[in-house]
Design a protein around this ligand. Structure first.
Ligand code: F6P
Length: 315
């Protein structure tokens, strides 16, 4: 995200605009925590994880009164265009502000979950997936030395992209994702088969949003799934790792810095050209602009055919 902020600030200044940073998203907009930025404000940040502007979830912004306060704070500084980095929640807020108060906005897709429609890549995904890969590679060493089954949970909220990418990149034997309807019985069957063939190293990557039985939504996550597998396959030695928030931090990858810089530049161009209320994405390596209403409503989905690839490659 810092690479995106840097690109927006420097492109805005290049075109002679005044650029302001809003701290903690809509909370800062309401609380008037807004400051003018110059080129030096974004020096030495491109390599840093997180965001120098910080982030927060603002309940107050859901209310018309909250948005009115935010608008007043923007108006008194003459702010007449907004770039928002985030996902569908952030875009919904920006879209409302634009419709209610006529302040155009442009969204940059910032989420490690990569589930936003209209872009092949989202800012943060590549770094998160690479962090997961590095961790899983290390886990594989123990899995192999001890002939154990490891179940590794990765983030993604309701999406399985981190699981899919990190699972394929680490040669995982099974990948469980919310988008693909794999039952535990199916998975256990592959494990038993592999055991018969003396393929004893098994890595199962579970997306945090995967539910083996959607009618029992509380049974999700690696810990619950492990209990269920243990009941079905007695005597198997299983270890669980939940990677958690390490996936959200650390120095961003080259790809993330690159796409965030590119998207940030184009966000400012959009505002200047009057291309308003869109999300700036990259599709097939070209810039792609999705109306915010669509970016909010639609999700990028994983096709079932991926499971076929996973199965062949892990055989
Ligand atoms: O949406 C990004 C994400 O990291 C998800 O993958 C994860 O479920 C969630 O945010 C974690 O949120 P929090 O940091 O609030 O626990």
């Amino acid at each position: 995200m810092n690479a995106g902020i840097r690109a927006v600030v420097r492109t805005g200044l290049y075109y002679g605009l005044e650029v302001f940073g809003v701290m903690r998203g809509y909370s800062g907009m309401i609380e008037d925590d807004i400051y003018q930025m110059n080129s030096r404000s974004v020096a030495n940040i491109i390599q840093r994880g997180g965001t120098i502007l910080k982030t927060a979830r603002s309940k107050e912004f859901y209310s018309p009164e909250g948005r009115q306060k935010a608008y007043e704070n923007l108006k008194k500084r003459g702010i007449n265009g907004i770039v928002v980095i985030g996902g569908d929640g952030s875009f919904t807020g920006a879209y409302k502000l634009s419709k209610e108060y006529g302040i155009p906005c442009v969204g940059l897709p910032g989420t490690i979950d990569k589930d936003l429609y209209g872009t092949d890549l989202t800012i943060g995904f590549d770094t998160a997936a690479n962090t997961a890969v590095q961790a899983i590679d290390k886990i594989r060493d123990t899995a192999e030395s001890h002939d154990r089954l490891f179940i590794v949970e990765v983030m993604g909220r309701h999406a399985g992209y981190i699981a899919l990418h990190s699972g394929i990149a680490t040669g995982a034997e099974n990948i469980l994702m919310p988008e693909v309807n794999t039952t535990l019985d199916e998975m256990v069957a592959t494990l038993s088969e592999q055991e018969k063939r003396k393929k004893l190293v098994n890595l199962v990557i579970v997306a945090e949003g995967y539910m083996p039985d959607p009618s029992r939504p509380h049974l999700k996550g690696a810990t619950e799934i492990t209990k269920m597998i243990e009941e079905k396959l007695k005597g198997l030695e299983i270890r669980v790792t939940i990677l958690g928030h390490i996936q959200r931090g650390g120095p961003p990858s080259c790809m993330d810095r690159f796409i965030a810089s590119r998207m940030g530049y184009h966000a400012v161009e959009c505002l200047l050209e009057g291309r308003h209320d869109v999300m700036v994405g990259i599709l097939h390596n070209n810039m792609h602009y999705t109306p915010l209403e669509i970016a909010i409503r639609e999700k990028q989905k994983i096709g079932e055919d991926w499971m076929h690839i996973v199965k062949i490659l892990a055989s």
